[in-house]
Design a protein around this ligand. Structure first.
Ligand code: NAD
Length: 287
């Protein structure tokens, strides 16, 4: 009977979980994460990484067509909610969905963003309606996400909030003005809020990635290189940050997010983690 019992265990799901935990230390086991803009690019890669490390993930995205398919692909630990981060009521509802489904929210990743218009490039021609639109999604959307995450995390006395900034928010001239200005504000928001949230056991950090050929960046490059094929655009974006054969990939950002989201970063808050291979540190930057 003993052998029979052991044999059953060896064949069971518990055994698979047990050995995968040993082989691959799961850094977000039991955690619940909400990722805005999780249906594509960096958000999707992070959702996948978080799930591999044991998290339950709510993907909150404005794309109601792609989102459910992505959640299905990611498996039973992923759930999609339709959410426009420009609308506070929708963000509040997405946060409440996470809490209703899983009883808590450990990680809030404010990642959704848009680039806005690429042209006209000059400040003297700035379209303020377009500027407001970019700020509403990239900046206000981030602040609203922080606000509602804090609403549920403060009573818990714990949590990790992440925001996506950009290398375009570290140096001028790397993106359209509305986008660049919106991304310059993200590390400031993080600093401003970290000082309050640390008293509640909540950490908040942001990540500044280099250019990665996601739909957001490819759409921008398509304007600069009309007629170029998708492959050529991907190659152009990749080649910008190629150092010693390595270039920036979604997984590089997802791993940075995993670290900051996990308890391994328990004493890190108010930080801007730059994922650019050293690009923004060059003395003679040419772009
Ligand atoms: P992406 O286009 O692949 O993904 C963006 C996602 O955000 C999409 O799924 C889209 O539907 C969603 N989204 C857009 N507006 C939304 C809204 N109002 N509410 C909810 N969801 C919305 O782009 P990405 O490159 O993965 O971008 C993710 C974040 O990373 C953005 O904040 C972007 O500014 C930032 N970023 C990207 C790069 C890069 O090179 N790809 C570099 C630096 C920073």
């Amino acid at each position: 009977r003993f052998i029979n019992r052991e044999f059953k265990w060896i064949c069971s799901v518990d055994r698979i979980r047990f050995f995968s935990t040993i082989r691959h230390h799961r850094r977000l086991e039991g955690k619940v994460a909400l990722i805005t803009g999780g249906a594509s690019g960096l958000g999707r890669a992070s959702a996948n990484e978080f799930i591999q490390h044991g998290a339950q993930v709510i993907i909150a995205d404005i794309d109601g067509q792609l989102g459910p398919d992505v959640a299905k692909d990611l498996g039973p630990q992923a759930h999609f909610v339709s959410c426009d981060v420009a609308d506070e009521a929708q963000v509040a509802e997405a946060v409440d969905t996470a809490v209703t489904r899983h009883g808590k929210l450990d990680i809030m990743y404010n990642n959704a963003g848009i680039t806005g218009p690429v042209f006209p490039p000059g400040i003297s021609d700035l379209d303020l309606n377009e500027f407001d639109r970019v700020m509403r999604i990239n900046v206000r959307g981030t602040i609203v996400g922080i606000k509602h995450a804090a609403r549920v995390m403060i009573p818990m006395g714990s949590g990790s909030i992440l925001c996506t900034a950009s290398m375009s928010g570290l140096l001028g001239g790397l993106g359209p003005h509305p986008y660049s200005i919106s991304k310059f504000t993200i590390p400031g928001i993080v600093k401003s809020v970290a000082g309050e949230l640390c008293h509640h056991g909540i950490r908040i950090n942001c990540i500044s990635p280099f250019a990665i050929p996601t739909p957001l960046v490819l759409a921008q490059f398509a304007v600069f290189f009309p007629g170029a094929s998708q492959e050529q655009l991907v190659e152009t974006v990749r080649s910008l940050g190629e150092f010693k054969g390595a270039h920036c990939e979604e997984i590089d950002v997802a791993r940075a997010a995993l670290f900051l989201a996990s308890d391994e970063a328990k004493y890190i808050s108010g930080h801007n983690l730059v994922v650019d291979g050293g690009f923004t540190s060059f003395k003679n930057l040419k772009f």
